[in-house]
Design a protein around this ligand. Sequence first.
Ligand SMILES: *Cc1c(COP(=O)(O)O)cnc(C)c1O
Length: 478
Amino acid sequence: MELIFEIGAEGRKLSLLPECDVPETAMPDSLSRTAAPHLPQLSENEISRHYTKLAERTHGVNNGFYPLGSCTMKYNPKVDEEAAALPGFNRVHPLQNEKTVQGSMAVMKKLQDSLAEITGMDEFTLQPAAGAHGEFTGLLLIKSYHTDRGDTKRNKIIVPDSAHGTNPASAAMCGFEVVSIPSAEDGCVDLEALKAAVGDDTAGLMLTNPNTVGLFDKNITEITRIVHEAGGLCYYDGANLNAVMGIVRPGDMGFDCVHVNLHKTFSTPHGGGGPGSGPVGCKDFLKDFLPGYRIREDEYGYHYSIADKTMGAVKMFHGNFLVIVRALTYIMTLGKEGIPEASSNAVLNANYLRKKLDDVYTMAYDTTCMHEFVMDIADLLHETGCSALDVAKAMLDYGIHPPTMYFPLIVHEALMVEPCETEPREVLDSFADCLHEIYKEAHDHPENLHSAPHHAAIGRPDEVEAARHPVVRYSWDD
Ligand SMILES: *Cc1c(COP(=O)(O)O)cnc(C)c1O
């Protein structure tokens, strides 16, 4: 496909600039260009076709099934977009006088309160811009707590090996030493290993629950008890809240702080690099360290306030405000009954699919799962030479976005499938048919799988090269 620089022609243009509504001033010579920039020159029609072509080459939830494990690629209701597009929300400025933005402040307060209710926490900050950013913020809360008490020897964060990859990374970024503990046979935290790891240098534990193999840790209250007894705090990675919202609450299971991913569970389109939002909730005893503005309500309305011992700001102003609007719209349209129903259906869909596939595919953990499950392609690889990568590539020809591959690391040929609650049964059935056909092809004509996909725009790019040396700049010939 041609790049935008390769289409159009000299002099072709479109100018629909609004009237200037500020006084015009001359640009100082020192800041002016000496030559005109190279810019594409296109008519509106050409621009429209160009971006439509690009969109057609992109796979999204609106095109088809997207069971990308750990990412919760659910369908995002259009009404959430409509709310975020209202001019009263998207034309406000964070430095406006609070009297003029009471509606927006009400949205933030209501979302903070709703998330606190859903997670069993007391307070929330909406500032963090992503899940990993939320983890970093939560760990700073833990660090602030120990430092404030003068307990400076607590420099270790315990992270089970079934945690999301961002957990150890965030702990290291925060200056903690990461202590990794292995999972037991059943995929849950090994309690003996945990007991051996805790001590008076334990700052806390980060638990991804349901974990990256899609299991709810059956010892969860025992885990938080052990960590608390050693003087550490417990952090709940709630990015997978889609499996449990409205059913159980991290706060009731002994956790002191939590992040949630609004761009996964609470319906903001994601996958294109943002914007996202990873609000962090905490129990009362940590709230004085929270970052950014808190929103307080009294008889005169809503006010900004800053926590007493705040860690500062982790992002400007109120985080990604329009994501906050979408999340609140989503929560309010689902309501108290709809939220647990969404989770139940997410879990039902995952288990339905798991049972449809376990006749020929090996499951990494052969037990009831939560919102996702991990297939282990090692047996197929052994029998036919076809790997998890081959199976994933073959799916592209069926118009399906492949599941997450080679993650979690504890399953070597992993395909991690998260169907989400928004898929109807027919889609799940046709996905299962597709995987059965691929299984047969792997035995009959494995070479076809090695060379798949056969109908996608790009087949097998050099992913390492693309990640390490991306060519993101167009070079003009002259
Ligand atoms: C996605 C995810 C994260 C990270 O969230 P980002 O918004 O991508 O930074 C953390 N933990 C879990 C369990 C996740 O699924």
